[in-house]
Ligand binder design. Structure first.
Ligand code: AMP
Length: 428
């Protein structure tokens, strides 16, 4: 139990300890291989950006901006925000670095921490990690499908089974205003049946009433006019194509006419991926969609784009819940390097570098001086060979090699030790 005076992590954030960080590394590695194959370049945008980027990009009245963003003023007077999501920063970078002059689409991906001031609870943190993919500069439906396919491939590699996509189209600036009008008039008639939050949402963005989780609002929403019935021809065809691609890929999907996602920048396709049969089945593993108007908002340029992100902690929670093992058993060192005296320590540091370069795992206990303790450690680690280096050996440019299995000990030339060990390990 920590003492009262000891510092602790702030509420909603946690340390990633080495055994947990192994998961993060594995998820990063799997994502990187898939991203590389599909031609995504890795990008890291800063953890903080001008607050206005998110306010304008995501929408002032969105929950993310209004309630969940960490905003601070610097000593120089700039208003900055910790990034609550990846898309706006990547879109900013695309414009800032003139990526629209490159062959399109430009595919980018990132892995890193994001910040949201949310009520901490299972599966919800104030600092969480996402893997995020963005395809900028291509409006075709096949791109939407490719992003979903990519996430499915990563989840498959990570042995996550039983997942499905909930998908919807929320139209574009052609068809959404008309739908908003019909929806507003329907909601006005049912205003008294809405929860407090939705009464506010009704004024700010009535679409957001559609994904309210409150039971009383869901009763109203269930009878509300649906956006998919009011899409313009262009959005309808686009959505139909996305679904055809998913069918072709045999990706299980469910139409969810009430899925709108909380941000203003989305147009056309929006989707979320869920793990079935999980305690966390109410929390999405991943979410994304098309945002054909974001870059126009940020840079007055029409650049169609689509993207998605998955939450690393949610994936790890699934591993733990389903006892999924994603690691190969770690290689154990078969060689232990024991040393006695300063000159031997210096030589050991150099030898360790040579072994690392040769790809041979070697354990050591450089801080210890007693040979007995070091041999004990070698035994505890289950090493087959112990190399012993003392003052005398350093002077004579030799090293002792003890085979713990046979108990035999012999002398080797120091300059040959790496090749000799390599040979012995190869021959078993
Ligand atoms: P979103 O940008 O809200 O669609 O989030 C994409 C994914 O990030 C979600 O599906 C979650 O897996 C993950 N995520 C979002 N917010 C949090 C959070 N507060 N804590 C942990 N994971 C989160």
């Amino acid at each position: 139990m920590a003492s009262k005076n000891m510092f602790q992590t702030p509420s909603g954030v946690k340390d990633l300890l080495p055994f947990e960080y192994d998961y993060y590394r594995k998820i990063y590695e799997v994502s990187r291989l898939v991203a590389d194959f599909y031609g995504f370049g890795e990008i890291q945008t800063p953890i903080f950006e001008p607050a206005d980027l998110f306010i304008r990009g995501l929408g002032q009245a969105t929950e993310l901006v209004e309630k969940q963003m960490y905003v601070f003023r610097t000593k120089g007077g700039d208003l900055l925000a910790l990034r609550p999501e990846a898309t706006a920063g990547i879109a900013r970078a695309y414009l800032q670095h003139g990526f629209q002059t490159l062959p399109q689409p430009v595919k980018l991906w990132t892995f890193g921490p994001f910040y949201r001031y949310e009520r901490p609870q299972a599966g919800r943190y104030r600092q969480f990690w996402q893997v995020d993919f963005e395809i900028l500069g291509d409006g075709s439906a096949v791109m939407d499908a490719q992003i979903i396919q990519l996430l499915f491939e990563i989840f498959e590699e990570l042995k996550i089974k039983d997942i499905s996509v909930e998908i919807n189209s929320i139209g574009d600036s052609q068809c959404r205003p008309y739908y908003k009008k019909i929806l507003t008039s329907y909601l006005r008639q049912n205003f008294s049946a809405l929860c407090q939050d939705c009464r506010r949402r009704f004024k700010e963005n009535p679409l957001r009433v559609l994904d309210c989780k409150e039971e009383k609002c869901q009763r109203v929403v269930n009878l509300a006019p649906q956006l998919v019935d009011h899409l313009c021809e262009f959005c309808k065809t686009h959505f139909k194509e996305v679904l055809e691609f998913l069918e072709g890929l045999q990706i299980p999907y469910k139409l969810n006419p009430y899925l709108v996602r909380g941000l203003d920048y989305y147009t056309k396709t929006v989707f979320e991926i869920f793990a079935k049969n999980s305690k966390l089945s109410k929390n999405a593993l991943a979410g994304g969609g098309r945002y054909d108007s974001l870059l126009k908002i940020l840079g007055k340029k029409d650049v169609p784009a689509v993207g998605a992100a998955f939450g690393v902690e949610r994936v790890i929670e699934l591993f733990e819940e389903n006892k999924i093992s994603i690691f190969k058993t770690k290689k154990k060192p078969e060689v232990f390097l024991a040393q006695l005296g300063k000159a031997a320590k210096i030589k050991s540091l150099i030898l360790l570098k040579d072994f690392r370069k040769a790809g041979i795992l070697v354990a050591e206990n450089l801080g210890k001086d007693s040979l007995r303790t070091q041999l004990k450690n070698a035994d505890r680690l289950g090493c087959r060979y112990v190399l012993i280096l003392g003052q005398q050996e350093v002077l004579e440019q030799k090293i002792l090699l003890r085979d713990l299995r046979s108990g035999k000990q012999e002398e080797l030339k120091l300059e040959k030790v790496v090749t000799e060990i390599k040979k012995r390990l190869k021959n078993g």
